[in-house]
Design a protein around this ligand. Structure first.
Ligand code: HEM
Length: 401
């Protein structure tokens, strides 16, 4: 069986427009094939909220240890060392180490630093009448925030962005081999970059995540340089692209899905965090995750065999009308929108969720304070270089102060 799973070959999507708007396909699958075995990719797929929730959270039945992998998913160093490829009890131990850097206390101290970074980027575009919401804000903000929190020079952000892009592979079959080479090169360059920084932090720890990792201990042992590099790269990847998508999608929702939202939120900035939850539900930055069936089961009414792979379609679960009333509508007042599955569920629940939420809310609020009205472009563009999942590449708007 092929090791790589190509989601595009399951969905049949061939354009970025399809990938950006997969929702009618999800609807069809929820109605006609809620539990579906794809014969070509040889992988199960679930689309209903309750099934996606089960697959993500029931690690005894659906394990994160899998020899097969999604073409679009990055592999950072040795796969078995990545948090998202482990099950408890090992997972709980490793996660505990990184979690030390993501405490509520850390978040409190990060808040003013994030405000400063957001204001810095908005100052850079102060004179412009047209702003590219992706390029001028949604890309630089998360990459500089994560650099700042890791404790590496934020001025190197362009280089981080290049590395981060190279780590996410374009997931189509034709480009896969080439992208693996690119990824290895980026990983090596990043490791070479981080190594001397780790050395400095070991002798003079400062207030950042890499310093925290140099003093963290697992069963009485300190992490090696290689392990810290691995965590650092993992966080750079996990915290970057997804948050860029969240911020870009927020603007898309507020301007196109529900045009009344921008002026409304601008008047009442305290509503932004709840609006961000609806963006996460409505246009999830991560649309799917994969697991391995760990024991024979018929929990979904069909026989699944140990060792088979299964994709949980998060983007579909979030639009399941059985769970969310009028699920296909973007609704700022939705009472239960926090129940979206965009950060996963259970033991692997996204460690950076509070950071991503805070970063998006701060970035949007600081932006809205400066601009009263946005006039939409005739054209925006979708990315062509990240094969599996369409997302906004350019979203220029004219601004009024
Ligand atoms: C909007 C932004 C984000 C989204 C949509 C997102 C989504 C996710 C999802 C769906 C998972 C679960 C993976 C699984 O079940 O296999 C996850 C895990 C994770 N995320 Fe995020 N993430 C975001 C931002 C961040 C940030 C900012 C960081 C850190 C800087 C981060 C760090 C992690 C880590 C370390 C894990 C692994 C947790 C584990 O396996 O125990 N994420 N994320």
């Amino acid at each position: 069986m092929e090791k790589i799973v190509y989601p595009d070959e399951i969905t049949g999507f061939s354009t970025e427009e399809h990938r950006f708007e997969p929702y009618s396909w999800y609807r069809e699958m929820r109605t006609s094939h809620p539990v579906y075995f794809d014969p070509k990719q040889k992988v199960w797929n679930v689309f209903l909220y309750r099934d996606v929730e089960r697959v993500l959270s029931d690690y005894q039945l659906f394990s994160s240890k899998n020899d097969r992998k999604l073409s679009s998913f990055p592999v950072i160093g040795k796969k078995e060392r990545s948090l998202t490829s482990m099950d408890p009890p090992l997972h709980s131990k490793r996660r505990g180490l990184v979690a030390k850097a993501f405490t509520p206390k850390s978040l409190k101290t990060w808040e003013p630093r994030i405000v400063t970074v957001a204001q810095y980027w908005l100052d850079q575009i102060r004179e412009q009448d047209t702003i590219d919401l992706v390029y001028d804000l949604a890309i630089p903000l998360p990459v500089t925030v994560i650099a700042e929190l890791l404790g590496v020079p934020a001025s190197d952000w362009k280089q981080f962005k290049l590395w981060s892009d190279a780590i996410i592979s374009p997931g189509s079959r034709d480009t896969y081999a080439e992208s693996v080479k690119e990824r290895s090169r980026a990983l090596k360059e990043m490791a070479d970059y981080l190594l001397p920084i780790i050395g400095q932090k070991r002798s003079r720890p400062t207030d950042d995540i890499i310093s925290d990792l140099t003093i963290a201990e697992v069963e009485g042992e300190r992490l090696s340089d290689e392990e810290i590099i691995h965590f650092g790269i993992g966080l750079l990847f996990a915290g970057n692209e997804t948050t860029t998508r969240l911020i870009s999608n927020a603007f898309y929702c507020f301007l196109i899905d529900q045009p009344a939202a921008y002026p409304l939120l601008r008047k009442e900035l305290s509503l932004i965090p709840k609006a961000v939850e609806e963006v996460l539900r409505y246009r999830s930055p991560a649309q799917f995750m994969m697991r391995r069936v760990a024991q024979d089961t018929n929990v979904f009414g069909v026989e699944m065999k140990e060792g088979e792979s299964i994709i949980a379609w998060i983007g579909s679960a979030n639009r399941d009308g059985e769970h969310f009333v009028q699920a296909e509508q973007f609704d700022l007042n939705r009472p239960n929108n926090q129940q979206h599955l965009s950060f996963g569920k259970g033991t692997h629940f996204c460690l950076g969720a509070p950071l991503a939420r805070m970063e998006a809310s701060i970035g949007l609020a600081e932006f809205m304070k400066r601009y009263s009205r946005l006039i939409l472009p005739e054209q925006w563009s979708l990315s062509e270089n990240l094969g599996q999942r369409g997302f906004l590449a350019r979203f220029p708007v004219r601004v009024e102060r």
